[in-house]
Design a protein around this ligand. Structure first.
Ligand code: KG4
Ligand code: ZN
Length: 337
């Protein structure tokens, strides 16, 4: 089954064709980062306008690269939630139009579910149940994936997402947007124990996160040092800051896995590209646990992951009517249709 898959929840207009949920036939991404960089973050209005401009061209290009005829496309999947509402509506409405015109099933996909599904594209042997940690610009979740479309949240952030904390920290250090990847690179040159940044733990909620404190701490640290006229060692700060964020992510995830006796661990989302996080998980897991790390090319937003999850949503019978709406916030546990 070939699924035309569209992702437009944020600042990437991404389209793919995925076969049977596991094989990428084509995967094209138009990134708007260069535009949003000028503003230091994603401007929702601009994101929607770029999606409108680019979507038809990206779909055409994607079909061309797949080598398929349009009659070989069996269904259309699109991210329907969560994300920037104007941005989501562009991709979802395009999918609706395409589905209607060609009389194809329309499959709405949850963005965070699709991040998890990116791993199905890289690892043919990976099947639920497993324990997943999804760390992106908007989410930090520890989730039990009981089945392809059955999720239970075990831990989540109580304030900011890990990616948001990386981006804010990077901005304070004068790094370009989005800062996570730049922070990652700079951190490799620094001492992770040079500065003590807070790692928040909740006594009665061992799998929950909080990143607002570490964000404030880096702002204050840099501000105070500048006030005193001290020279900043940016690499040391980046390494120490990354150490605090990835430390608590790895700690809670591994604790959860151990306590639940989970042997299959999966990470997903933009922050799952972080090298320090990957190292900590590799080093901290027990020998009988298997850790699945998505390839770097599939950590960030892409269309292929929508097709991977879309296939399993289709198999579960989740085909939407043309009245399907997009939602800016929506729990990964709930079904979109
Ligand atoms: O999953 P994603 O592409 O989009 C959302 O759904 O939010 O995640 C984007 C986030 C951004 O905050 C970005 O800075 C972060 O992922 N990110 C990283 C790295 N690469 C991307 N954070 C830390 N280290 C990285 N290597
Ligand atoms: Zn994402």
């Amino acid at each position: 089954m070939n699924i035309l898959s569209i992702e437009s929840s944020c600042d990437e207009t991404a389209v793919a064709i995925v076969k049977d949920g596991r094989e990428i036939l084509s995967n094209v991404v138009f990134s708007q980062i260069d535009v949003h960089k000028l503003y230091g973050g994603v401007v929702p209005e601009i994101a929607s306008r770029y999606h409108i401009e680019k979507i038809s061209q990206m779909v055409e290009e994607c079909i061309k690269q797949s080598g398929l005829g349009e009659e070989e496309i069996d269904a259309v999947a699109a991210t329907a939630a969560p994300g920037l509402i104007g941005a989501l509506l562009v991709g979802l409405n395009f999918a609706k139009g395409y589905a209607y015109a060609r009389n194809l099933p329309l499959i709405p996909v949850h963005h965070i579910r699709s991040h998890v599904a990116a791993n199905y594209l890289a690892y043919p042997d990976l099947k639920p149940p497993f324990l997943a940690m999804i760390v992106s610009g908007g989410h930090s979740h520890i989730v039990l994936v009981k089945d392809y479309t059955d999720y239970q949240i075990l831990g989540r952030t109580k304030d900011d997402a890990a990616g948001e904390a990386f981006d804010k920290g990077a901005r304070v250090l004068g790094l370009p947007y989005p800062g996570g990847v730049h922070m990652d690179r700079l951190a490799k040159e620094g001492n992770p124990n040079a500065v003590k940044f807070p790692m928040v733990r909740f006594k009665d909620e061992p799998y929950n996160f909080s990143f607002s404190g570490v964000k404030t701490a880096i702002v204050n640290y840099v501000h105070n040092a500048k006030q005193k006229g001290e020279e900043l060692n940016l690499a040391d700060i980046a390494a120490s800051y990354s150490n605090a964020i990835t430390g608590i992510l790895a700690e809670n995830f591994l604790k959860c896995a151990k306590e639940l006796g989970q042997k299959t661990l999966v990470i997903a989302g933009g922050v799952s590209a972080n090298s320090m996080l990957r190292e900590k998980l590799q080093a901290g897991k027990s020998p009988d646990q298997r850790l699945y790390l998505p390839p770097l090319s599939l950590c960030g937003d892409n269309g292929a992951m929508v097709g991977a999850q879309g296939f399993y949503e289709f198999q579960a019978g989740r085909i939407a009517p043309l009245s399907q709406n997009a939602l800016s916030a929506f729990s990964i546990e709930k079904q979109l249709c």
